[in-house]
Design a protein around this ligand. Structure first.
Ligand code: NAD
Length: 280
């Protein structure tokens, strides 16, 4: 059901690869709520993924771009303003990738060229996006820019690897740039910290299914799925959150405030007798 929360607004959604992608759900809901949008992803993802299908469905132009490349980002903002007919009201950065995770390098055996790539793709690209947008004065006063993050930025989650460092940097960029962008242009910058979600990027995380099961049992409201995340993004893009900026906002069913839940405790004690490995 639409509430017309984004009526007349113009947006850019980065990172919709297939219908499991969080960005895919955000794009669908943004259009449902009255926005016009452009979509962007890497040229390879546009060739190999389903972004074109989404573009057709939503009548949204696709602008292939590598988010680590400043010229590509300038092209995306220039063309988006041309296509959509004015400055941009909202942007979603839904981009993450770790070559170390892909190559199964553990955190105590990182390849440093790969670490640089992880940080460039997953975090510095957000700074580049913000800097390009600000220099071009491409965002409307009161506009809203969001990136997606995960709680492993703040606490250790086994298997999240160098993406934890990438997310910590992403959240820091959000605060540092959010201050400047808010002060000078009235633009809001926030991250949403999402529950583990089964997507192409998510399924690369070691032990993803167990991680999802654990947080499902721990969170009083259970895990938030990609649609829940999209709903939160829409509210953050809307005028209902005009004074929210520089925040890391949890969309995780309460997981981040929990220590131990009854369900997790029961499951743990059930497993205790059969699984006693003193080395862990
Ligand atoms: N899935 C989860 O469990 C989860 C939880 C919390 C946060 N997140 C974050 O949500 C965001 C979206 O991930 P997702 O889970 O929807 O997975 P996804 O695989 O559908 O999306 C990741 C996207 O990043 C794009 N990308 C990779 N390198 C790029 C580059 N150089 N330039 C532009 N785009 C590039 C990919 O093409 C893909 O579309 C990521 O930041 C991810 O870390 C995911």
């Amino acid at each position: 059901m639409s509430h017309n929360l984004l009526e007349g607004k113009r947006g850019i959604i980065f990172g919709a690869l297939n219908d499991m992608s969080i960005a895919w759900k955000v794009a669908e809901k943004a259009v449902e709520e009255g926005a016009t949008i452009t979509l962007s992803n890497t040229p390879v993802a546009v060739r190999m993924g389903d972004t074109a299908k989404l573009g057709e469905k939503l009548n949204a132009e696709i602008l292939p771009a590598d988010a680590t490349n400043v010229e590509d980002l300038e092209m995306v903002f220039t063309k988006s303003m041309e296509i959509l007919g004015g400055k941009i009201d909202f942007v979603l950065h839904s981009i993450g990738m770790s070559p170390n995770v892909r190559k199964k390098r553990t955190y105590d055996d990182l390849n440093y060229d790969m670490l640089s790539k992880t940080l460039d793709i997953s975090s510095v690209s957000f700074h580049k996006m913000l800097q390009v947008a600000k220099k071009m004065d491409a965002i409307e006063q009161g506009g809203s820019i969001l990136a997606l993050t995960y709680i492993a930025s703040q606490r250790v989650f086994y298997g999240y690897n160098d993406m934890a460092d990438a997310k910590a940097l992403l959240e820091s960029i959000t605060r540092s740039f959010g201050y400047i962008y808010g002060r000078e242009k009235g633009v809001r910058v926030n991250t949403i910290s999402q529950s583990p979600t089964m997507t192409t990027a998510g399924s690369g995380v070691k032990g993803m299914e167990d991680l999802m099961d654990f947080s499902e049992r721990m969170a009083p409201l259970g895990n938030a799925n990609a649609n829940d995340c999209a709903d939160y993004c829409i509210v953050m893009f809307s005028d209902l959150t005009r004074k929210v900026t520089m925040q890391n906002l949890f969309n995780d069913g309460g997981f981040s405030s929990m220590g131990m839940s009854l369900q997790a405790m029961k499951q743990y004690s059930n497993g205790l007798d059969e699984f006693k490995d003193p080395s862990l």
